[in-house]
Ligand binder design. Structure first.
Ligand code: EPZ
Length: 439
């Protein structure tokens, strides 16, 4: 018996309420203890969209309790799906889906809603999805998603801010080569191809672990996919037949884990992360080692032995398995405490330095030249009022607050709540003095 349905207004009030919160943090001598890592937001989003392809109730474990997941679940309920909690899992039933229009009011709050485009189109042969619009870190186009769907036979029109997509005969498998590596673009086309007629090959596919899990779950549910984990994926479509999707548990969030490793590094504290996947953090661990930390690893834990003198570093953000752009802001905060000059080059997004001005207000010595930031350390940071501008920038400001003299108030933390599950509670649990308060 399903225990509780998610209702539109429950989620809406929840998100509205948290709009007015801020975090008050004091500097801390050191942290100690363990932090349990939640499921990955960026694995959860495509896997929730994938439930549109299911003929059964889909059981999902280890979904993180973050706003973006609630937003996408709300979108599915708006389209007619049933979402309920049952013990530790979320059960998504999309059999009652009757609506195929993803409206602006939801899509504007989370651009990853674009992930319903491929599944809706391949299941129903038509759908309307609001254009996501840009976001703080960049224009975030979706031209590669649309071009690939057109190659699969879809008619795509942009009308009054909506993508109107039609494929009345179903999508046709074909060979697609992405001009650029796109994470959600790869996920969208994998899901579209899953119900297509014939075989689809995607060349220059994203290698992120979140894309790998989507492919593994589909493959284990009977959609034959070759090349999983490589840049060339071959998906054998079911020709419109819905899929009996297996139960699955979301992989650990490698960016959340990386953020807490930076908390250990910046406060020079030994902490242990549990329920984490070390092999997803290769580039992040390597850069922290270059900065002087060392690690003890098991299959699902990481203990950081932090550097007492943090070394300066050179970072270039690139697609997985290289250094992730989603860790750039956190490493910039850490670099302010390194001895010497660090260079951080952001290669994926055109405006992902919004945290710089806030860190400068705390006393950081950072200069920008195009997509490259030069961070001079070690600088003494001072607590003050700062404003979060995007998800990862907010976590960078919290990291800085842990070592800044005095008190820091981080405002607009609804950005933080989009992708971090109870961040202040997890930090409090290892000794940080950090509280969530109302404006
Ligand atoms: C995913 O965004 C992640 N979001 C982002 O995480 C992450 O920063 C990004 O991948 C890169 O790793 C989710 O998975 C939900 P892209 P996505 O398509 O898929 C250009 C976070 O903090 N591009 O891989 O939107 C694009 O402008 C978020 O959790 C096109 O030009 O990123 C960018 O320069 C932030 N045309 C580059 O490709 C397209 O059609 C990579 O974008 C699509 C993308």
């Amino acid at each position: 018996m399903k225990s509780k349905l998610i209702r539109y207004n429950d989620i809406n009030n929840f998100q509205l309420k948290r709009h007015m919160d801020y975090l008050k943090a004091q500097s801390v001598d050191s942290l100690s203890g363990t932090i349990n890592i939640s499921g990955a937001k960026n694995a959860s989003l495509p896997l929730i969209a994938m439930t549109i392809l299911a003929k059964n109730d889909v059981n999902i474990r280890n979904l993180p309790h973050v706003a973006d997941i609630r937003t996408l679940l709300k979108l599915l309920t708006n389209l007619g799906a049933d979402v309920s909690f049952l013990d530790e899992k979320v059960v998504v039933d999309t059999k009652p889906l009757y609506e195929t229009k993803a409206t602006y009011d939801i899509v504007k709050t989370m651009r990853a809603s674009i992930l319903v485009l491929g599944p809706l189109l391949s299941r129903f042969g038509h759908c309307e999805v609001s254009l996501p619009g840009g976001c703080a870190i960049g224009q975030r186009p979706i031209d590669l998603h649309l071009k690939a769907l057109e190659q699969m036979g879809a008619q795509i029109e942009i009308k009054s801010g909506y993508i109107e997509a039609r494929a009345p005969e179903g999508l046709q498998g074909c060979s697609i080569i992405f001009d650029k590596i796109t994470v959600t673009g790869t996920a969208n086309i994998v899901m579209a191809a899953a119900l297509a007629n014939g075989k689809t090959t995607i060349t220059n596919a994203a290698l992120e672990p979140e894309v790998v899990q989507l492919c593994e779950v589909l493959n284990d549910s009977g959609v034959k996919i070759e090349g999983i984990g490589t840049a060339v994926l071959t998906i054998h479509g079911t020709a419109g037949k819905l899929i009996d999707i297996i139960d699955f548990s979301i992989i650990p969030d490698r960016i959340e884990a990386g953020t807490y490793l930076c908390a250990g590094a910046i406060t020079k504290s030994q902490i242990t992360l549990t329920s984490v996947e070390p092999k997803h953090l290769g580039a992040v661990l390597a850069k922290l080692e270059e900065m002087g930390s060392s690690f003890t690893l098991t299959d699902d834990t990481i203990t950081i032995h932090p550097a007492q003198n943090i070394k300066a570093v050179k970072i270039i953000t690139q697609e997985y398995p290289a250094f992730p752009t989603d860790m750039q802001a956190q490493f910039m905060a850490l670099a302010t405490q390194a001895d010497g000059v660090s260079i951080i080059e952001e290669r994926l997004f055109e405006n992902r330095f919004m945290h710089v001005s806030e860190l400068q207000r705390m006393g950081a010595d950072i200069s920008l030249n195009g997509h490259t930031a030069t961070v001079k350390g070690k600088t003494t940071l001072s607590g003050t009022d700062v404003m979060a501008t995007d998800l990862r920038a907010s976590s960078a400001l919290v990291l800085a607050a842990l070592v800044a003299n005095g008190e820091t108030n981080v405002h607009r933390i609804y950005h933080l709540d989009r992708g971090y599950d109870a961040l202040e509670k997890k930090l409090e649990g290892v000794g940080a003095d950090i509280k969530r308060l109302k404006e």
